[in-house]
Design a protein around this ligand. Sequence first.
Ligand code: KIV
Ligand code: ZN
Length: 502
Amino acid sequence: MGRTIRIFDTTLRDGEQSPGCSMNLNEKIEVARQLEAMKVDIIEAGFAIASPGDAAAIAAIADTVKESTVCSLARCVEQDIDAAYNAIKRAESARIHVFLATSPVHMEYKLKMKPDEVIERIAYNVAYAKKYMSDIEFSAEDSTRSDLDFLCRAFETAIKAGATTLNIPDTVGYMAPEEFASRVRYIREHTPGIENVVLSCHCHNDLGMAVANSLAGVEAGIDQIECTINGIGERAGNASMEECVMALRVRKDYYNVDCNLDTKQIYRASRMIQTITGVPVAPTKPIIGANAFAHESGIHQHGVLANKQTYEIMTPESVGIPQNAIVLGKHSGRHAFEDRLMTLGYHLDKEKLDKAFAKFKLLADKKKVVKDRDLEALVGAVPVSGGERYTLDNFVINSGNSITATAVIRVKHGDETIERVAASDGPINAAFRAINKIVGRDIVLEDYSLKAMTEGEDAQGEAIVKISVDGSDMVTGRGVAVDIIEASIKAYINGINKFFLE
Ligand code: KIV
Ligand code: ZN
C-alpha cells in the first residue's frame, strides 16, 4: 500500500481571493462544513489579518469544524501570527501557515530585503508561531523562481525553527511538470531534516499546468496537495481539487498513492461553489463540467450502451453526480422530498426544510416534473436565516419593442410594504431601478447573467447578479424562478440582502 496524500483545501483563502469569488460568513461556514463532509485533511479558512470579517469567519469555522485541521495564513510578521492564532485557537486541530518569498525578484522589489534578512525573518517568525502550537506550515512564496540552494537553506531554517510542513508554491504558475518534479527531488536531497516533515505543493494555473505539476510533485515525493474546488484562485486559479483527487483515484495503479477524500461529495461541493460565487465552470471542465460524462457522437453512444468502460474511465456516481432515478411532482409528499434531498447530500434543518418544501410545492404547480437540478436550485435559493431584509411581494412589468418599459415592484421590509415604479429601456433595468428607489442606496450592477437550469420549455431560469452598494466590494446575488424577470428581481434583492447581512 502506497502513501496517503493529504488534501489541503484553500478555496476559502486563495480561492476567495479571486475576483468575484468573495463569500459572506454564512457561506464560508457552509463551504467549510462541506469540506469537512468530504474529508478534506486541512481547511485553509482565510487570512486572519486581512480584515476583521476574515478573522471572524475563520473563528466561526474553527468552532464548527471537528474532523479537519483548520488553518489560517500569516505573513512572517508577529501581528499576522497573533491574528492567525486568535482566529483558530478554539479549533479541535489547528495550524498556522506562515509564508515569505524567497525568489530574487520578490526579495528585491517586494520585500526590499537581502537574502540573509529573509533567512532571519523565517527563523524568527516560524519560532514565534511555534510558541502557539505544534502544527506549523512554512511556504517559500515564489519557490519555483527561487535559487534552489537558497530555497533549501530557507527550508532548513524553517525546519530548525519548528515547521512541520514545508510548502513549495509555484506562485506564478511557471513550471513544467518534469521541471517541478526535479525541483522537488533536489529539495528532498539537499535539505537536512526534510525526512521528518511533510512536503507540500501549491501550484497555480497560469499556463494550465497546475494539476499536472501537482501530480508530478506527488511522483517526486510530495505528501500534501494544496488545491481548491473548481480550481478557483488568484488569476488563472489553483490546482483543481476534483481533478487532482480523481487522477489519484482513477490512476491508483500508476501513482500508487491514496487520499482520504470522499469523492462522492465532489459534485455537491462544486455546485455549492458555483452557486455561492456565481462563477460557473466550463461545460468541458474535467470531472464536473456539464459535458464531462455526456456522450454525443453515435459511435461513442453505441460503445457506452454496449459497455460503459468503452468511453468512461470513471462513473458519474463516483463523483456524486445525481442520476435522475426519481422525479418529483405536485403529488409528492414531504417525506419523498426530504428523502431525495438527503440522497443528493442535503441535510437541512427544520426551518430550511419547511421553506424549501413550500417553494417546492409552488414550483411543482408550475412544472410537471421537478428534477434533481431543480431541487438543487431550490435548496441553493433558500435564503440564509436572518438574511432577508427585503422580500419580493409582487411585481408588474409592462414592456414591448415600441414602448418604454415600466416596472412596479412591491417588497416587504419588516412590517412595511413598499412599492415603487420606475421606467427604463428594458424590463429588467426598470425593475432594478424601482428596487433602487425602495432601498435608497447607490446600487451599481457590475455583472448580470441568466441561464436555464434544466432543459425543456418549463425550465427554471437562474439569474446571477454582481452588485456593489455605496461603493462596497462586489456582492453576488442569485435568484431562481420559472419566470426569468422574477429570477432577475430575486437575484437583485438577494444581493442587496447579502450586502446588509455583512
Ligand atoms: O501562491 C502562493 O504562493 C500562495 C502562498 C501564500 C502559499 O498562495
Ligand atoms: Zn497561491
